[in-house]
Design a protein around this ligand. Structure first.
Ligand code: NAD
Length: 332
């Protein structure tokens, strides 16, 4: 029986974890938190009421039962923490990526974990609208899709040195390929799994990091569709956009313009559909879905463990391609 005020444990109280704690409180939840860093616990408590705060996950899980969980720790910890939290049986919103590679996810095979995966762009209204219009046939047969995500890492968390942030650290799951696997997930969500990828995954900038900072992927599909993804941690100004070229037009989503645009001419003329949503809406969308799953008003998550593993299989294929300079085939 779920209490009217669900009690959620947020695991990892950095940027994403504190955001989830705020959002869950605003949705009427009681929130507890765990972070190994005392300063992160204090920052979270300073933002609003927390039922309990812990410095160890064991302690947090022994102390009480929770109605649900959010995992917002660095990706290298996600699988262990899903397994630990799932022993209590509640729904878990796990931040993306599910892990640091697809192999690590095999440990979930015998677990009964109930996971909603946080590839949060799926809850971003203009991205969902872009997908709807793409799939509606509005631009005819889609021939290629280009994804660009370019944002200098030093701008991401202005309150800390970027070298101290997990994104700098390959072992913890940092880097452009893993962190921006958002865009691989969107590719799969829009048009399914590619049959092959050719990729370069490099560290090319002056950034003082052990993770990759520049990724280029060419993905090919049965039927001739091609997609390119460019992901980097170097670019200023920041750019996030997706352009799909079809036989009868071009559809574009631009994060910076907060718009979906259509063009059917050779000139740079666009019919623009403007949005007023703010970035937090995608996190609120994911948190609301977690609460629906907890309350039983929704039976299945919209972004699943299978989706998380599929994105990581593409990540692994990109790494393999980069290491071998070969095109890598995927099981579709
Ligand atoms: N969906 C999105 O758009 C989005 C946006 C930001 C971050 N994220 C994801 O959220 C996760 C965290 O990212 P962030 O930006 O908040 O990073 P962050 O570095 O700000 O926060 C991570 C926190 O985890 C804590 N931590 C370290 N080891 C831990 C452990 N073993 N268990 C629990 N906590 C531990 C750190 O002390 C830190 O406070 C990552 O998986 C990231 O990809 C997703």
């Amino acid at each position: 029986m779920i209490a009217t005020t669900p009690h959620i444990l947020v695991i990892g109280l950095g940027s994403a974890g504190k955001r989830h704690a705020r959002n869950l409180r605003s949705l009427g939840c009681e929130v507890s938190g765990f972070d190994p860093r005392a300063d992160r616990q204090q920052e979270t408590a300073a933002e609003g009421p927390m039922k309990s705060l812990f410095g160890s996950l064991d302690e947090a899980l022994k102390a009480q039962d929770y109605d649900g969980f959010v995992i917002a720790s660095p990706p290298s910890f996600h699988i262990d923490q899903i397994i630990a939290a799932s022993a209590q049986g509640g729904w878990i919103l796990c931040e993306k990526p599910l892990s640091i590679d697809a192999t690590g996810c095999k440990r979930l095979a015998n677990s009964a974990a109930k996971v909603l995966l946080g590839y949060t762009y799926r809850w971003w209204p203009p991205v969902a609208e872009f997908r709807r219009r793409l799939q509606s046939g509005e631009i005819g047969a889609v021939r290629h899709i280009r994804f660009v995500m370019s944002a200098h890492l030093a701008d991401w968390h202005p309150w800390e040195r970027y070298q101290d942030f997990f994104m700098a650290n390959k072992e913890q799951g940092g880097g452009a390929l893993l962190d921006e696997s958002h865009f691989l997930d969107l590719l799969l969500w829009f048009v399914g799994k590619p049959k092959a990828v050719m990729a370069s995954v490099d560290k090319i900038s002056d950034l003082d990091i052990s993770a990759d900072d520049n990724v280029d992927v060419i993905a090919s599909f049965d039927g001739g569709l091609r997609a390119n993804l460019h992901l980097d941690l170097i670019g200023r100004p920041h750019q996030r956009h997706i352009i799909a070229v079809g036989e009868t037009g071009t559809l574009m989503w631009s994060y910076e313009e907060n718009a979906v645009k259509l063009s059917r001419t050779g000139e740079l003329k666009w019919d623009s559909q403007a949005f007023t949503c703010e970035r937090n809406e995608m996190f609120m969308g994911a948190a609301s879905e977690l609460l629906e799953l907890i309350r039983g008003t929704r039976s299945a998550p919209s972004c699943t463990l299978t989706d998380g593993i599929a994105a990581l299989e593409v990540v692994d294929a990109c790494r393999q391609s980069a290491a071998s300079s070969q095109s890598i085939r995927l099981n579709t």
